[in-house]
Write a protein that binds this ligand. Sequence first.
Ligand code: HEC
Ligand code: HEC
Ligand code: HEC
Ligand code: HEC
Ligand code: HEC
Ligand code: HEC
Length: 382
Amino acid sequence: MSKPLSPSLISGAFFLRILLIILISVSTFSGDVDAKNKKKGKPEPDVKIGERLYYGLIPMGEGAKACASCHTYYTADTINWNPSLLDMAQTAVEMDLATFKNHLTNPSGGIRDKVHVNYDMIDEQVFHLYGYLTGVADTGVPSQRMSINTILIFLLIGALMAAALLDLFITKKIPYKAVHILILLLGIGYQLSVVTEEAIDLGRSQDYRPDQPIKFSHKVHAGDNKIECLYCHSNADEGKSASIPGAGLCMNCHMMVRNGTNSGQFEIAKVVDHSENHKDIEWVRIHNLPDHVFFNHSQHVKVGGLDCTECHGQVEDMHILKQQKDLSMGWCLDCHKETNVKFEENDYYETFQDLHKDLEESVRDSIQAADIGANDCMKCHH
Ligand code: HEC
Ligand code: HEC
Ligand code: HEC
Ligand code: HEC
Ligand code: HEC
Ligand code: HEC
């Protein structure tokens, strides 16, 4: 079992986060927001204080965890069941201040009483935090600023490393070589982490694994709860495409099941909302053949008797579904050359009299898909 709530799942650029926190503290102390707020009559939240509370830079109670350790805006390598910063901010706006405070200091329902523990905030702090989150809900997550920061830090550390090298070999101002080596090692570590992070973000189709609007897990459904693939993708058996189920089908179960072990009520509440308000869930399409290629599921699943795993891998083990094969033409053709067709048991192949005869007379002992024309250009390109 996974440990869904462990902040270590939020993995990735740990380094980056520390630097981000330093940057935020620096920018906080340089601002004079307080002065600005005091001029106005009615109390305004200090979003800078709110932001610092969110990142855990101001203590909120003995042993209380920073909101950012769970509600993150980074794409996690593994599934992060906690609502993202934006998700959470958007829910927070829907609440009044008192309800918001209740969720933190007196949580109940879902798994809130397990995750929101030890918050011992004074009203003023809650007010600032709420103000910060309402702002985030308005403006969206600061991804733009993030990448500019990343570039700046990347260059800065590069310059620092260059200076260390220069001093090590030429200027020799610092007597201790350990200093140079430390700078270089930490620098290389950081630069590498940024580079790999960026490379992972580049679109690739094999292993493609986009973020989905709802954290639907095949492992929870097809794995742990043993729901048949065809229960949801009923069309795979009958039609050309397998099709993705709508929220109505989800409600067959989620009318009753309102609380998830990993995500609490948050993700399932989205399903209910889509169903009640007749909104389509905008799933991001993962597998995508070009328009000029014709592919038919029932041809493979029903006639060919192939298992979903042959083409989609161990879906029942995946929290986040990802494309396993490259879906290239070579992949289709190779399988057609290698895979035996279950010839005898299937009416579909009755017309292939010659091949039946070959089998009976033991001229050949098996028929591959390619033998029945699966590799003719026109079969896949109409
Ligand atoms: C240990 C992880 C964790 C930490 C730390 C955490 N949260 Fe949460 N939070 C969650 C989870 C999980 C949910 C969804 C719970 C549910 O709906 O059952 C949630 C839900 C919420 C919600 C939406 C309430 C709802 O379900 O409608 C708000 C608002 C929120 N958190 C704010 C915060 C703030 C502010 C902080 C910091 C003071 C914080 N959280 C710290 C895990 C965490
Ligand atoms: C409870 C309903 C449900 C069950 C059971 C289920 N799926 Fe899905 N499946 C979905 C939903 C919803 C999506 C879209 C979200 C996503 O991609 O994770 C999806 C997406 C997929 C996709 C990717 C579609 C694309 O966009 O290219 C594949 C492949 C898939 N499922 C295969 C399977 C297989 C194989 C099984 C059985 C082991 C299975 N599913 C069981 C609901 C289900
Ligand atoms: C022979 C390989 C193969 C098998 C077997 C197979 N699929 Fe697919 N599947 C594909 C390909 C290729 C696509 C992309 C189709 C496209 O883009 O038109 C796809 C797409 C999908 C999609 C995305 C929506 C759609 O219909 O295009 C779902 C969902 C899906 N498959 C589920 C399943 C399930 C469930 C099974 C088992 C019952 C299954 N597949 C068996 C190759 C296969
Ligand atoms: C056949 C019943 C069934 C159907 C259909 C179904 N689910 Fe579920 N779902 C479950 C069960 C059982 C759980 C596990 C609840 C638990 O953790 O105790 C679950 C859990 C979840 C969770 C929370 C996971 C967690 O561990 O926190 C989400 C989100 C979810 N389902 C979304 C969906 C979506 C979206 C659909 C429709 C595409 C769907 N479900 C269809 C039975 C179903
Ligand atoms: C895992 C093996 C496998 C892969 C991968 C595969 N196929 Fe097939 N395909 C088969 C088998 C087995 C048959 C023969 C059974 C049948 O007639 O449906 C078949 C038959 C076909 C046929 C039907 C031929 C006819 O008789 O009308 C077409 C068209 C086809 N495949 C297209 C594709 C395309 C397009 C891809 C790649 C996107 C693909 N297949 C990938 C195994 C595969
Ligand atoms: C079993 C199915 C199948 C058969 C048979 C097949 N193709 Fe393809 N073909 C594909 C798929 C799938 C793609 C898309 C590959 C991709 O997107 O990478 C493709 C792509 C192409 C392309 C476009 C190349 C590109 O880069 O997009 C051409 C041209 C092509 N096929 C020609 C042919 C010719 C000529 C034949 C007969 C000798 C043939 N195909 C037989 C499945 C097939």
